[in-house]
Design a protein around this ligand. Structure first.
Ligand code: GLN
Ligand code: ZN
Length: 767
């Protein structure tokens, strides 16, 4: 049985690519040095797979920035505005490429970057290709061929990975009216033909063509295009072995289409959609090989060998060993690199570690699974035993299972999921306690995380500052921020979140059931990586997490200080989650922990509490038919977190970057007393959804863009508020920035907030 993986992480196990790229951008290393660093990473990855025994080692899974941008450059989908970069003296193809990714500013040139958006339901972001009506394509970058040759020169015949033509078009955007990007398929295909023929000349055997859209909702027209495209490819290249890769969802309604496409092998994701195996095996024609995506590319758990072997056996029985391939579910791009780099046994204990597998370990799992289902098992029997043991320990470990937590989740009552009275009544009660003016002003939570603040944390972690010294510094910073907020006349103050490195990590570190890695980095976009916490066990809260800082801040002022928490859905969404229970079950456990914190804050005298949920929307399933179920449990989890307090306590929530139209009903069902949203960049357009829905609770549409250092004027913000006032009642409106200010400097923050407060004041005057 042949083994392969769909792609390997390219950041390097110690983030070598990040360092190299950033050094090149800052002109600290030469192009040659960057190219060399990249080459070393590729070689390292290829050899590692070869040594582990992988049959089809991928190439072109490497990327300096993003694989979709690579494809755009390959087919010459380069927007006109970058042509000046090409013409600049001394600029190379790679400079053009980075200009497309990051924008280009030099002397007289100021060219904006291409748009970036989330890669399906992952936390990876890709560069969105731009298409025009008469777009012509040609082979521009030869990266795919070059990397194939490079691997061949060290003795490895790889399986190049190419983003399929239909998915490539679907991932892009029309940049002018009057056409649909799929109409470009006939212009685009010749470039793919050119690529395939060059690869054939180089004696490539297999090519992996990624068509993730086959696992999504697509219409009949798109289905027809799939048929046509793959028929043409097979007609032109009858000898080339194409492995058509789908992932992140099951084929569902596209099963018949997918198995009927004239390719050599079809890859299916059996981690996300194990149930599709039976249907695929039922419908598969005699000449099609099936690649089983068994090893999870999206999570950090060891594969369950016994369960996988069952699946493999089922496939072999149906179609025979020669037609089965063993693989990862998707590219390992979404996994951290190497578990063996985790050496801090006090946090990632040997037991927890024994449940995990990162990319390097997953490669071995693929090979082991293949051996275990073959004739010659002798040298992998021990691996099977070790795996079975790890699964058993995970099933019963007291580190994971906490009966009290499970019981509590099972006993959540209906009355725990809503407040005492409906919003209108709460609003009156709250107003009598809070006495807020019209257009109350507030911020979203964080204030600038300056170099100093970050250096204190680094020193504290290294032991160069004692806990007391560290806390004293934070207290001083908090006190200054309170004093200043009071002075400029904000209505609801925040403590500033100086003690937090990250809005999820901070809570994860304080909750039971979470563990953190030293090197578990995953690419988010370009050179940016994230290190998601791992939720391994039942979640509970050993003690209050934020009460100390909130009450300290409140003790310094007579104004209201808003408590600041991250919501259960966001904590879930930005972590690696358990695979032994549903996401909703884990989310409910987190919700109860946050609920306890909300109640503690109320008891400690905090009257306004914000529960941030910026990730609610990105948690939406890929298939529309799954939306309702998700939204129901996600909204319920938020309500569980928010509903432990009396009517008099005002609950805020915050979301950014969201489009609300299609989920507005669920946003309303969250029933937060106040929601603050990003709005300034869309000139209040995002408000439309709320207006059309007759959204009843209070709203703070962000009046200034915190992503840029630019200081907006009072007048600009007033104009935005006028727009909001034109469509919503005045007593429903709050005044606040788009999001937290932690990435901003103090100077611009001070100026902008002073302007914001005076905008609110002048709105009040015109009432
Ligand atoms: N309270 C957080 C902050 O101000 C919210 C961040 C977010 O929405 N991503 O930083
Ligand atoms: Zn935000």
């Amino acid at each position: 049985m042949q083994t392969h993986i769909l792609g390997y992480p390219r950041i390097g196990s110690r983030r070598e690519l990040k360092r190299a790229c950033e050094s090149y951008w800052n002109e600290k290393i030469t192009l040659k040095e960057l190219v060399l660093a990249a080459k070393e990473i590729r070689e390292h990855n290829w050899k590692l797979q070869k040594d582990a025994g992988i049959d089809l080692v991928p190439s072109n899974d490497f990327s300096y920035y993003d694989q979709v941008l690579d494809m755009a450059l390959t087919v010459n989908a380069i927007p006109d505005r970058y042509h000046d970069v090409i013409l600049k003296e001394g600029k190379t193809e790679l400079d053009l490429y980075f200009a497309m990714a990051r924008g280009f500013q030099q002397n007289d040139l100021d060219i904006t970057a291409m748009e970036m958006t989330k890669w399906f339901d992952t936390n990876y972001h890709y560069i969105v290709p731009e298409f025009t009506k008469d777009q012509q394509f040609k082979l521009f970058s030869t990266k795919i061929i070059d990397e194939f040759k490079e691997a061949k020169s060290i003795g490895i015949t790889t399986k190049p990975v190419i983003l399929g033509p239909v998915s490539f078009l679907l991932l892009g955007k029309e940049k002018e009216e009057g056409f649909n990007r799929l109409e470009l398929i006939d212009n685009l295909l010749p470039v793919y033909f050119e690529l395939f023929s060059q690869l054939s000349e180089q004696e490539a055997q297999w090519i992996q063509v990624d068509e993730p859209f086959l696992a999504l909702d697509i219409d009949a027209h798109t289905q027809e295009i799939y048929k046509k495209v793959y028929a043409e490819i097979s007609k032109k290249f009858p000898k080339l072995k194409i492995l058509l890769a789908t992932y992140f969802e099951g084929l569902k309604g596209n099963t018949e289409l997918a198995v009927s496409l004239p390719v050599t092998a079809l890859h299916v994701d059996l981690v996300r959609a194990p149930e599709q195996l039976s249907e695929v095996l039922d419908k598969i024609p005699d000449n099609l090989t099936l690649s089983l995506g068994l090893v999870d590319g999206r999570n950090i758990w060891k594969n369950n060998f016994i369960a996988s072997l069952e699946q493999i056996k089922k496939a072999i029985e149906a179609i025979g060993q020669e037609r089965v391939m063993i693989a990862t579910s998707c590219s390992l791009l979404h996994s951290p690199c190497d578990l063996s780099l985790e050496t801090k046994e006090d946090t990632l204990t040997p037991i927890i570690k024994s449940w995990l597998a990162f990319a390097k370990q997953k490669v071995t799992e693929v090979v082991t699974l293949s051996k275990l289902s073959g004739e010659d098992k002798a040298d992998v029997i021990e691996a099977l035993q070790a795996n079975t043991q790890a699964q058993e320990s995970k099933l019963t470990s007291a580190l994971i299972h906490n009966t009290a937590v499970k019981d509590r989740v099972n006993n959540i009552k209906e009355s725990d999921t809503h407040r005492d009275h409906e919003f209108a009544a709460r609003k009156a009660t709250q107003q009598s306690v809070l006495n807020l003016p019209l257009y109350p002003t507030t911020t979203i939570g964080s204030f600038p995380q300056t170099k100093e603040v970050r250096s204190w944390r680094a020193k504290f972690k290294k032991g160069e500052l004692s806990e007391k010294e560290y806390n004293d510094l934070l207290a001083e910073e908090t006190a200054q921020s309170i004093e200043w907020q009071e002075k400029i006349g904000l209505d609801v103050l925040v403590h500033g979140e100086f003690e937090r490195n990250d809005m999820v990590e901070y809570f994860g570190e304080k909750l039971n059931g979470f563990v953190f890695t030293q090197n578990g980095w995953v690419q988010s976009y370009g050179s940016r990586c994230v290190k998601p916490p791992i939720i391994y066990g039942d979640v509970s809260r050993p003690e209050a997490m934020t009460v100390k800082w909130s009450t300290y801040a409140q003790s310094l002022t007579d104004k209201l200080v808003k408590g600041m928490l991250t919501g259960p859905v966001t904590i879930l969404q930005w972590s690696f989650v358990r695979n032994d229970q549903s996401r909703s079950a884990t989310c409910n456990q987190i919700a109860l922990a946050i609920r306890d914190e909300v109640v503690d804050l109320e008891e400690a005298g905090i009257k306004v509490i914000q529960i941030d949920e910026p990730a609610i929307r990105e948690g939406l399933p890929l298939r529309k038919s799954d939306w309702q179920a998700y939204l129901e449990w996600a909204v319920r989890a938020f309500r569980i977190a928010a509903s432990g307090v009396s009517d008099a306590t005002q609950i805020h929530t915050h979301m950014c970057y969201s489009e609300f139209n299609d989920i507005i009903e669920s946003i309303a069902a969250m029933d937060a007393d106040v929601i603050t949203i990003e709005c300034s960049r869309s000139q209040m357009e995002l408000l439309d959804a709320f207006v059309q829905f007759n959204y009843p609770n209070d709203i703070g549409p962000g009046v200034y863009d915190i992503h840029s250092p630019r200081v907006p004027s009072r007048l600009e913000m007033e104009e935005l508020l006028e727009k909001a006032k034109a469509v919503l009642p005045e007593d429903q409106l709050w005044v606040n920035p788009d999001c937290g200010l932690k990435t901003r400097g103090w100077e611009e923050t001070r100026k902008a907030l002073v302007e914001m407060v005076s905008a609110a004041k002048s709105m009040r005057e015109s009432v």
